[in-house]
Each structure stands twice: as C-alpha cells, then as structure tokens.
Design a protein around this ligand. Structure first.
Ligand SMILES: [Zn+2]
Length: 430
C-alpha cells in the first residue's frame, strides 16, 4: 500500500490551481488524465468529462459489487486546489516532496490525500479481484474550490447518468482523528454542512465635493451597517450533530457539557474549536467593501459583501435578523445554497466504525457539522446521502484545520498509510 505515497506526491505535482476563472490553468485535465491512466492500467473503464470549459477534467470509474439490489456508493475527491504563493512555503507547493514523515504540497489535505487513497484502493481491488458488497463509483472532480460549476454542479445537471443508482457518497473533511485527551482519539465524521449565503449590502446617498457638509453619505452609512452586522452575534442553536459531538467529547474527556454554555467542551478541542465553534450559530463575515473613486469626491453608492453560513432550518430567521441589525436605508441582495444533513447511523456508519476500530482500537467516532461547504451540496440535489469520511490518523499536536488552504500544507505519511488501510476495509464491507 506504499503506492499511496507515490500517488499523493505525483498528484500534488500537477498544479491544479483553481483561479475561479472558467478557463482554469489546465492542470485539472492533466491530473484527471493521470488518474484515468492509473485506473485503466489495472483494467477499469473510465469516463472523462469536461463541462465545456476546456481543461476542467472530471473522471469516473465503476467497480461492480456483488449485490446489484443495493444502491451504489460513490467515493469522490476534487482534484483542484486553491492558489499557493511559493515564497511563503518551506518547500515548493507543487513539489510533492516526501520528507520528515510528511508528503508536502498544496492539496495534501484538501484533498489529494483522499484522491490518492481511493486510487490506491481502487487499483488494489481490481488487481486482486475484490468484489465489494455494492457498486463503488470512484469519482475525481474539477472546480470544487469555486463551487463545482465545472465539476459536481455541472455533472449533476448535465450528466446525471454518471450517478445512476448512487444512493450514498463519502468524501472530504471527515474521518480524521482529534486527540481530545492523552491517548483518546475522536474521529470526526461529517454528517452535516451549514448552508452558504452570499449577501451584498448596498447604499445610495447624495454625491458631491468632499469639502462640503454631508449628511447623506453612502460610504459612512454602509460602514456603520457593516460594523453593526459584524458585531452581531447570532443565537446559539444546538443542532443534533453538534449536540452529539459535544456530548461525545464531554464523555471522552470528563469535561462537563452544558447546553447553554458549551465553552468548556470547546476549550478541549484546540485549534478545531474555530471550526466547531462556527457550527454553534449562524455567522456573517464581511469579505469585500467597494466604495469611491477619488479622494475628494463623496460617491453616490457603496457596497459590501458578507460570507454567510446558516445552520439547517435557519435561513429565513437569519435574513430577518440581518434586516433588523442592518436597519433602514441599506438594500440587500441574497443568493444561497442549502445546508446538508443526515443522521449518524445505519450500515454505512457501522462499516466506518468497524474499519476504523480494526486499525485503531481506541478510535471513537463522533458526528460533526462542517461550517464550510463541499461538493456534497450538489450531490444532495440527486437525493444522494453524503458523509465526510477521508480517514486519517493524525499526530496529537498537528494543527490540522490550519493546513486547509494554509501554508506548508502537508499530510503525514503514517496517516496516509493508515487511511488507506481503513478505506480498504471500509469499502470491502460497505
Ligand atoms: Zn476540499
């Protein structure tokens, strides 16, 4: 299974940077072709698809299972990555260097590690003639980092045939270990994602010379509204996965969990508290502010954009709260993508648990809610049930959340080998 290390390193060497422009950088096609070749090498038939935007490659392969009456399971990974500035890194971000027990590079954890692990397992199954209990669809996708417009989103709309019979899917941002006390490892399985909202606030005022008295200034009115919304704290709402997660950590650590004040339990989570803390309530963070064109002209308009994340069932309440906080004289535009959620039970979760415990007898699986979004949002439109499960056993002191889109992104070699063994077991009994 050491093959997985070479696969991860080689995948990182393709610069699959997603710039957000439809053209891409061409790296996704090269990476997708590489994946297709590795699958064809061992006898898979593959399907290569582009959205119409050249170079935005997606690849699919299917391994038939023993029981066609059961729905297929899809294991999907996105091959694109966010940009990296080489001058900030200890190694070149597209070197795929293997050193010091890590595979280094942009995409190591988001998310070429699962692409490599699933590729290694797919190859092994085919070479060894393994027939899993149900069909497995291996998918490698473009454009996740810009919402899947040329990847998952496009495929769901234009090529639903590729997902025939798929009832469940597993992918990124789950299955990794979090050491919550000495030798006590929780493995976080993503069962929910917050909804995503794009909010634009705009103001209009009376334009004029910057030297005059102004009581109707679009910029200052917007700035005040932005400051009010930024300072506003949305209410604490404990959803089922978050409550189960915090109760589980409380049980593992002995730290008491109070539903009204979960701060004590959050304090045991280290850097992961930033992510879990964001799943306790809706959030709205200002990300862009546009106003003015000359230092001595008061402009007539100003606008700001907020990145908003809502808990399941909260979108309407969120918007009325925003309106109340922002107040009159500010108009808003709104676009949103729904939350994702499923329950933490059933045969798929049983298989995850058995596979993890077989490799780490101290593993304790807990559901959690991701504060960000993934391709699961698109697959949900086909009625597919989504769980985040890309198994990795991590060193206790590694700041894993900081590595996502971070500098010196890297994945431990041991973790990769561990994850591949777990994925292998999981897919044999899924
Ligand atoms: Zn990702």
């Amino acid at each position: 299974m050491d093959e997985v290390v070479a696969l991860a390193s080689e995948l990182i060497r393709f610069d699959t940077t997603n710039t957000g422009s439809p053209d891409g950088t061409g790296g996704e096609r090269l990476a997708a072709e590489y994946v297709a070749e590795r699958l064809e090498d061992v006898g898979y038939e593959t399907t290569y698809v582009e959205s119409g935007a050249p170079g935005r490659g997606n690849v699919f392969a299917r391994l038939p299972g023993s029981d066609p009456s059961r729905g297929a399971l899809m294991v999907h990974s996105h091959l694109d990555v966010v940009p990296a500035d080489a001058s900030e890194w200890s190694v070149h971000p597209f070197s795929g260097e293997v050193s010091g027990g890590y595979v280094w590079g942009r995409g190591a954890v988001d998310m070429k590690h699962l692409a490599a692990m699933s590729l290694a397992v797919a190859r092994r199954f085919r070479r060894d003639g393994v027939v899993p209990p149900r069909d497995i669809v291996f998918a490698y996708l473009a454009d996740e980092e810009a919402g899947g417009v040329h990847g998952a989103g496009w495929l769901v709309t234009h090529r639903p045939d590729l997902f025939d019979g798929v009832t469940e899917a597993v992918s990124e941002v789950g299955g990794f270990s979090l050491t919550v006390a000495d030798g006590v490892r929780a493995y976080l399985v993503e069962t929910a994602e917050k909804g995503v909202g794009w909010l634009r606030l705009s103001t209009r005022g009376t334009p004029g010379h910057g030297s005059l008295l102004h009581t109707d200034n679009a910029v200052s009115r917007l700035a005040a509204a932005v400051a009010r919304l930024d300072a506003h704290e949305f209410p604490l709402v404990l959803t089922p996965p978050v409550r189960d997660f915090l109760a589980g950590v409380s049980e593992l650590t002995g730290v008491p969990f109070s539903e009204d004040d979960p701060a004590a339990v959050l304090g045991r989570l280290g850097s992961v508290a930033r992510m879990i803390g964001a799943s306790l309530r809706d959030t709205a963070n200002v990300t862009m502010f546009t106003a003015g064109y000359k230092d001595n002209v008061v402009p007539s308009t100003a606008s700001a954009i907020f990145d908003c994340r809502m808990l399941p069932g909260r979108e309407e309440a969120f918007l009325s709260e925003v309106d109340a906080v922002v107040g009159p004289g500010v108009s808003r535009e709104w676009k949103s993508m729904p939350p994702v959620q499923t329950t933490f039970d059933g045969t798929l979760v049983d298989a995850m648990t058995a596979a993890l415990v077989a490799e780490d007898p101290d593993a304790r699986l807990l559901p959690y809610m991701l504060s960000a979004g993934t391709d699961a949002k698109s697959f949900q439109r086909l009625g597919i049930r989504n769980l985040g499960f890309a198994p990795l056993r991590l060193p206790p002191d590694l700041d894993f959340t900081a590595l996502f889109h971070g500098i010196d992104e890297r994945v431990p070699v041991d973790g990769l080998l561990f994850g591949t063994r777990v994925l292998d077991r999981f897919l044999r009994m899924c």
